[in-house]
Write a new protein. Structure first.
Length: 313
């Protein structure tokens, strides 16, 4: 059976929800100020517990009120829960000189990446100082998860083709990630008595445990750990074997491919990944138009501008 263990880090916690996209202003004029660092901790925890953008806007400034979604509601919810769990375990303050403080949470003393700075006799969160680490942590984790899913997809397609799933006496690959109700035309189907588990069953079971719900169709309607996934049914001229369709008479027997792209470019991920039946994964930064370009992609066709993802990444 395929191992679908995905990389996951609790240290992201609340930061994925609270500080998601681009923090372009060092100190917001309307961000809340606190008489003590302990009051700042209390306000931070209260905002996380309330699940309210209004309260976050008060703490970090109104400019950030609309920027607190990573593009993945399930992941955001889970990260809030992780942060609150750490906060309930333990919270402390580390003074860095006389005008800066670092907040620590949990038994392991995880350092909240956004420091407190002293302004006069009051304290305020400085989002600008923490933005780079915030983005790096979230993007790095989501990209590792995406790579794990891409690898699992390749194994799942080979497993799917080992049996005749639709009774047409053909060994074929799945054209969908999730099967239509009552069918076996995708890599995942609901567990049924007397039926073997679907190739993506373990991965979907893990996703369900995290709060994700599989959808019918060939592509996800909600992101999984910040990434969307779409099956490609042909390849282009830059690939060994040249340009051809994987579908023959409606059956995908000549190969398979997949593209994985970030739900929110620059926030949930940077790199777009592609893979085909040869198992070689390529990555490329498609820029600000990532979603548009990936959604329009029909063929697996990485040219010299795509970089090979080495084994072990």
């Amino acid at each position: 059976m395929i191992s679908f263990k995905l990389h996951h880090s609790l240290v992201l916690g609340f930061i994925v929800w609270a500080l998601c996209l681009n923090f372009a202003v060092a100190l917001e004029a309307d961000a809340q100020r606190f008489a003590s660092s302990e009051q700042a901790i209390a306000a931070l925890i209260d905002a996380a517990r309330s699940d309210s953008n209004d309260k976050i806007a008060v703490v970090f400034g109104s400019q950030h009120a609309q920027m607190f979604s990573s593009g993945d509601e399930v992941e955001d919810k889970n990260n809030r829960a992780d942060f609150l769990k750490m906060a309930e375990e333990k919270s402390s303050v580390e003074n860095d000189g006389t005008d800066k403080a670092i907040l620590h949470f949990g038994q392991d003393g995880w350092a909240f990446p956004v420091p407190l700075v002293k302004i006069g006799e009051q304290w305020q969160f400085d989002a600008e100082q923490g933005k780079t680490e915030i983005l790096n942590r979230r993007i790095g984790r989501n990209e590792l998860n995406a790579l794990a899913v891409v690898k699992a997809y390749v194994e799942a397609q080979f497993e799917y083709a080992q049996s005749d799933r639709d009774g047409d006496e053909l060994a074929e690959y799945a054209t969908k990630l999730s099967s239509e109700p009552g069918k076996f035309d995708g890599l995942y189907w609901e567990d049924q008595v007397g039926q073997t588990q679907s190739p993506l069953g373990p991965l979907v079971a893990q996703a369900k445990a995290e709060g994700y719900t599989p959808k019918s169709g060939s592509s996800s309607s909600i992101p999984y750990h910040g990434y969307f996934y779409k099956i490609l049914t042909r390849q282009g001229g830059n690939v060994p074997g040249g340009k051809y369709d994987y579908l023959i008479n409606g059956n995908m027997i000549a190969g398979f491919a997949l593209v994985a792209f970030p739900a929110e470019y620059g926030s949930s991920g940077i790199m777009t990944f592609v893979v085909n039946h040869q198992g070689k994964i390529y990555q490329k930064n498609l820029g600000a138009k990532t979603a548009e370009l990936a959604q329009a992609m029909k063929s697996y066709d990485p040219d010299s501008t795509w970089e090979r993802v080495e084994e072990g990444q």
